[in-house]
Every structure is written in structure tokens, then in C-alpha cells.
Design a protein around this ligand. Sequence first.
Ligand code: CA
Length: 219
Amino acid sequence: MYILLVEDDVSLSEALNKALSSEGFAVNCLPKGKQAIEAVKTELPDLLILDLGLPDIDGLDVLRAVRKVSKDLPVLILTARSSVEDKITGLDLGADDYLAKPFEVDELLARIRVIERRASSSKHAGLTIGEVTLDTVSHQVFVSGAEVTVSRREFMLFKALMENAGRVLTKDSIESKLYSWGEEISSNTIEVHVHNLRKKLPKNFIQTLRGVGYIVKLP
Ligand code: CA
């Protein structure tokens, strides 16, 4: 799951980045609103965490622009502003949740889990293709009803393939879902994850399109 964090307070941004990364999320941080809008246009995150008090443009304007790109992107607003008016405007613009500063990291993580659950239950809590089922709520993978153990990154990679079944996912788009910008990854990292996943899945469940990417085909 790729989280875009837009926050100009460097120490807060770094602390949140660390906490979210250690939970296994791919996190990218930006300090400005305009950059954030561009970033969302380039690669839609799975969650946007948005501070309202930004140095260049108002966070609510960022939210307005982002909503033109995606109506469904989950957005969690962070703000020092406690005014009811801002909160109502934010929620009217389609923010999913609101967290007033200062807050505990645990509180943020709890809110993210709620948003994650809501997003997956509205899409597909259980995805089944052939004999393979992926449960996006419990984060489990089953083959012929028996659970197979996968790492958090393997799960995220497999979830991306299952949600896009029938479509080829390029290595680049998989990397962007699994890793933060600038994170040191070797050129064969995705291959290694796919290799490990394949050992746990039916033969040829994940297919390689050489030089392009990977696909889980629909039956
Ligand atoms: Ca701020």
C-alpha cells in the first residue's frame, strides 16, 4: 500500500515516515501542495495524508484538485486548525477522516486501518481466482482453502496483481506500490518476491511477460 504524506513540518514528516514504513507501507513525503497534486496525477497513491497548513497553497485546495483526479482516493487530513468550519469543509470535499494535531502515532495507524478496511470492503474483501483466495481484510492468502504464509511485501505485490487480474502490471508500477521514492532496491527485487510467491501458488498462476511485467490471468 502506497501512502503519500504531504506535510511541511520536517520533524513530524520524518517521524510519520518512519512509523508508517516500519508498518510496511511504502511512503513518499512531500512538503508542498503543488508538488502533491503533480505526484497524485503521476501515480495515484492508495492513501493521501494531507496537512492543511502548507507553505504554498492551502491544503483544502490540494484536496479540491486531488478530487478532480480521483473521487475515490482515501484522504486523511492532518491539521493544527481545530475550527469546526475547516473540518466541515474538508469532509464536504470528501476527506475520509480528520486528525487534529497533536496526535499519537498509534491513533493515526488506527485511523489508517479503518480507511484500509473500508476501501477494501467497498472494493473486494475477498478476491478469488481459481483455487486462490486473497483476503484483503485479514491479509491472508489461501490456496484450495489452506492458508499460505506470505510476507507483507509479498502480500502487497500479490494484492496488486489480483486486483488487476487480466491486466499486465509493469515492474515499475509494482515497485511504486511496494517501495518509497529513493529507497534502495536492487534491480531483481521484484523478481525475487515473485519467485517466492510462485513457490506458494499453483503453477503458472503468476505469469511473466518478458520485458514487460507480470499478470494473473482471469479464468
Ligand atoms: Ca503545516
